[in-house]
Design a protein around this ligand. Structure first.
Ligand SMILES: Cc1cc2nc3c(=O)[nH]c(=O)nc-3n(C[C@H](O)[C@H](O)[C@H](O)COP(=O)(O)OP(=O)(O)OC[C@H]3O[C@@H](n4cnc5c(N)ncnc54)[C@H](O)[C@@H]3O)c2cc1C
Length: 699
């Protein structure tokens, strides 16, 4: 028997083994009861798995046969080498090892995303549709109105827990505490996510940079943080499936040494993620990299010729909407949450000196009242020190603020569904170029800043980002293409136990002051759930609280996630019974609605039908009029700023489009919230002023 045919037989055997394994796995999946999936869906998944196995087997076969062909050719050339190959082949130990190696190599090139997605979708919905919607298609138990929430804050005798700050950390804690059965209150000085939590890069990531540092410094604790973040990344994607997705990100390599360096790094990243991984990283040849990312430069002026690209996967999500929907989830679970309620002072028990509540100002009515609680938690991100200093003016400052700027560019700067990371700009910083909401976002910078509620991007920062991406793109990078720009403040934390105030803690910090105030700060969006769990644990301990339940958030879906599936937009489009006309609900609008509202997208289209609010708000953008009414009714939207920046992301995407939408948004919101002429004028003016803070991005 020739060696090449023998190799082919082994390849064929490999294919059969892989196929048998996949069938067994898919059978076990299909036997698991799964109310949220139809039989056809399960059958489809079985077919996918079988297809994957066929592909694996075929690739293994091809790889092995190619190896044999190579060996044969070499043998012919050297004379006698072929005999060596056969001797090698007759040894069962070597052949088994070679077959296993071939299968592993093939598996490395597989895209197991379909399998991962399938496993995610297997989890039954928390509640069936008929429990969420009434017969008209509106929410059965909508979140209580803001006025009702403020009344509760004012009148409730005592809460178990009062959380100050409604960013990722505060809303995450409110969900955690409420689902443990604690009587929970949360107050936010402005709108939910109006701080750093709407201004991030929107990546759910383990931090490839931290991994590099961990390996270089042999730092196990740093490695552990990456490991934790990778697990949380997967949870975020599972628990907010409509607001997030997994995104391939390429690292272009212009030096040969970079290929094995980044390849090994990304494989370590995959390995660390283990079963919580998304899709395996892989090497792409220069031509494939260019095919996948047509705007990628093959000749970099400073670096040389493209040698290939390493592609790895991370999560991407809609940060402000996740924060908002966490606040809504907490409200659904019984928490009293209110935006535009600012803590102006902390209340102390005169006997013990312990903090037992806060004085809160309702910014909508300008009334001040007291909220009493057994335990108070300060989750104010960059503003944490100002709250700590309310009770102890001498408290040592913890936050070392650092600002990060992003810009928005047209979609053609990137490719839908493919991001790029520049691991080292000319001055050693990292810059991302990511597709997001039909546009491209690029950032971020890292510079010292002051702590302010409305940080603005500087022209210098915008120029830096444009210059950094210019080296890597063949598209002409132009200042006038920047449609929006924004800045956010990182709440980095200096080590409270160190003499040196410039020594930063690596991740988040949870600390309890002498007066019993628990402060939780730092970390990143990706780990908000874990931070919230640890923060509530600490509050329970310090406040001696007795929650009836343990932490429930590992598998808790946020509002809209229950009935979400990847083809939901087709149902939404078909449900809309108004005959198609220009501006009515088309695929792009339906996809936008399902990715922003999940299963609640059907409520938006119901409003669009009932109130004739199906038109788009701005040319070229999928946001429709009905979203304004929906936001005012069900999402604690109090004005145009909330709507343009955080209920939809228009201001972050395109300032001119937001300006165009502004008058219509005011009109619809005025009807919903019963505004008079004066309030309408004020909102219009405030809207224009707000857009100026993003308009540094437009020339
Ligand atoms: C540029 C940049 C990019 C980032 N990119 C990523 C990323 O891609 N992935 C990732 O995982 N992380 C990222 N992060 C980190 C992440 O965004 C933050 O860690 C997270 O948003 C912090 O949330 P927070 O709730 O602690 O703070 P904030 O979101 O700032 O929330 C604090 C809230 O407290 C409120 N508040 C202040 N004072 C009071 C008061 N007196 N009374 C009531 N409320 C008050 C504020 O109004 C604010 O809303 C990024 C950060 C920056 C700056």
């Amino acid at each position: 028997m020739s060696s090449s045919s023998a190799w082919s037989i082994w390849g064929e055997r490999g294919r059969k083994v892989a196929l048998r394994t996949a069938k067994a796995v898919s059978r076990s999946f299909s036997q698991a009861p799964c109310p949220s999936q139809t039989a056809q869906e399960v059958a489809g998944k079985v077919r996918t798995l079988e297809g994957v196995a066929h592909q694996a087997g075929r690739q293994a076969g091809e790889a092995l046969a190619a190896g044999a062909r190579h060996g044969k050719g070499g043998g012919g050339g050297k004379g006698g080498g072929g005999g060596g190959g056969e001797r090698f082949f007759r040894n069962p130990w070597f052949t088994t090892m070679a077959a296993a190696g071939g299968l592993a190599a093939a598996a490395y090139n597989l895209d197991p995303e379909s399998v991962v997605r399938y496993m995610d979708n297997r989890r039954p919905a928390k509640r069936p549709e008929h429990e969420i919607f009434d017969e008209r298609g509106y929410p059965k138990n909508p979140v209580p109105l803001r006025e009702e929430q403020v009344r509760r804050l004012r009148e409730e005798e005592e809460f178990d827990l009062l959380i100050v700050g409604g960013g990722a950390t505060g809303t995450g804690m409110a969900v955690d505490a409420a689902t443990r059965g604690l009587k929970t209150a949360m107050v936010e000085a402005n709108d939910f996510a109006s701080g750093t939590s709407s201004r991030s890069t929107k990546l759910a990531h383990g931090g490839v940079r931290y991994l590099e540092k961990a390996v270089k410094n042999f730092d196990y604790s740093q490695l552990h943080l990456v490991f934790e973040a990778l697990s949380e990344r997967k949870r975020l994607l599972n628990n907010a499936p409509h607001l997030s997705r997994s995104l391939p990100i390429m690292t272009p390599c212009y030096h040969w040494w970079e290929v094995p360096y980044y390849w090994a790094g990304m494989k370590a990243y995959d390995t660390l993620a283990g079963s919580q991984g998304l899709t395996w990283s892989r090497y792409m040849t220069p031509s494939e990299a260019q095919r996948q990312f047509p705007t990628l430069r093959t000749e970099n002026v400073h670096e040389g010729t493209l040698k290939g690209s390493i592609v790895y996967y991370d999560g991407q999500f809609n940060d402000a909407r996740l924060c908002l929907l966490l606040a809504c989830t907490a409200a659904e679970e019984g928490a009293a949450v209110a935006n535009y309620t600012e803590v102006v002072d902390l209340l102390k028990d005169e006997e013990t000196g312990k903090i037992r509540g806060a004085r809160v100002r309702d910014k909508m009515t300008n009334r001040t009242f007291e909220v009493r609680a057994k335990q108070v938690v300060n989750a104010c991100g960059p503003f944490s020190d100002s709250v700590r200093k309310m009770s102890d003016p001498k408290a040592r400052s913890l936050v070392a603020p650092s600002s990060g700027v992003h810009i928005t560019l047209p979609d053609y700067y990137s490719v839908e569904g493919f991001g790029m990371i520049v691991p080292k700009t000319r001055d050693g910083r990292v810059v991302f170029l990511l597709p997001w909401e039909g546009h491209t976002i690029a950032g971020t910078t890292d510079s010292e800043s002051e702590i302010t509620f409305s940080p603005r991007p500087s022209e210098k920062d915008i120029k830096f980002i444009l210059e950094a991406i210019e080296d890597y793109l063949c598209v002409k990078v132009r200042r006038e293409d920047v449609s929006s720009a924004w800045s956010g403040i990182r709440p980095l934390i200096s080590n409270p136990h160190s003499e040196n105030t410039s020594e930063l803690v690596r991740d988040h910090l949870i600390m309890t002051d002498k007066n019993g105030l628990v402060t939780i700060c730092g970390g990143k969006w990706t780990t908000y759930r874990l931070m919230a769990e640890q923060g509530v644990d600490q509050a329970v301990k310090t406040g001696n609280l007795k929650p009836p339940e343990k932490c429930q958030t590992n598998e808790l879906r946020v509002v809209g996630g229950d009935g979400y599936h990847i083809a939901l937009h087709t149902e939404v489009a078909q449900d809309y019974t108004v005959p198609h006309r220009p501006g009515a609900i088309d695929t792009r609008v339906a996809k936008h609605l399902t990715s922003a509202y999940g299963d609640r997208a059907k409520v938006v289209t119901r409003i669009a039908e009932d109130k004739k609010l199906g038109q788009r708000l701005a040319r070229g953008h999928p946001q429709i009029e009905a979203e304004v009414a929906y936001a005012a009714r069900y999402e604690y939207c109090t004005g145009v700023e909330d709507f343009l920046t955080r209920r939809t992301r228009l201001a972050f995407l395109d300032v001119r489009a937001a300006e165009q939408a502004l008058p219509r948004v005011v009109e619809i919101m005025a009807k919903e919230l019963k505004w008079g002429w004066f309030k309408k004028r004020k909102e219009l003016h405030q809207g224009k002023e707000l857009l100026k803070t993003f308009a540094n991005g437009t020339t």
